[in-house]
Design a protein around this ligand. Structure first.
Ligand code: 5GP
Ligand code: MG
Ligand code: MG
Length: 195
């Protein structure tokens, strides 16, 4: 799917494919340098992190394993509440392992805060976060994202894993939607939502 197929649904391309791919290479080089000689476990958060996980993993030279978690956050309005439920847990025991959480975006940061304390209680040797995108609100959360791709404005974004009502995840770029697509508000209905 590209810009032409989207037509009037797309308001703007925020981060073109080339810039995303350059950034992934940059992040991978940092991760490789930091974990030299160590076996790394990448933990992707479904479904939003699928693209960044696939591209980052292929750009790394370090030996890695990949595992996945699916969580749902219970929220009302535009913000997740921090009440998180595990829909799919890790297959592997992470005790004593070097774990890197791979996420699409940090918005309020509540989902990641919960995930970090949950995974930390399992006794990993180390635990860090790599997130492709970060919104300004994330700064209010005391969460240390070691590897960050882009700081973006406080707008609802889609593409490269990120959805609106499960669509647009397959776009190779990150963009914003035209208001007519979502009826002028991106507020999800209150309730449980999978990332
Ligand atoms: P949190 O507010 O807990 O940091 O964000 C939780 C999840 O909401 C993110 O991991 C992401 O999946 C989703 N999310 C946050 N902001 C956006 C956005 O602008 N667009 C899309 N598609 N999803 C978002
Ligand atoms: Mg979503
Ligand atoms: Mg996510």
């Amino acid at each position: 799917m590209d810009e032409k197929d989207l037509g009037a649904d797309l308001a703007s391309v925020l981060i073109p494919e080339g810039r995303l791919q350059d950034k992934i290479q940059e992040l991978a080089a940092k991760v490789d340098a930091d974990y030299a000689g160590q076996e790394l476990l990448l933990v992707g958060v479904l479904k939003g992190a699928v693209m960044v996980m696939a591209d980052l993993a292929r750009a790394l030279h370090s030996p890695v394993s990949m595992d996945w978690m699916a969580v749902s956050s219970y929220g009302s309005g535009t913000k997740s509440s921090g009440v998180v439920r595990i829909l799919k847990d890790l297959d592997a025991d992470i005790m004593g392992r070097h774990v890197l959480i791979v996420e699409d975006i940090v918005d309020s940061g509540l989902t990641l805060s919960w995930l970090v304390s949950n995974l930390r209680s399992r006794g990993p040797a180390s635990l860090e976060i790599c997130a492709l995108l970060r919104k300004p609100d994330a700064i209010k959360t005391d969460i240390d994202v070691k590897y960050i791709g882009f700081d973006i404005p406080n707008e609802f974004v889609i593409g490269y894993g990120l959805d609106y009502a499960e669509r647009y995840r397959n776009l190779p770029f990150v963009g914003t939607l035209a208001p007519h697509v979502y009826g002028g508000t991106t507020e999800p209905t209150a309730g449980e939502q999978q990332d």
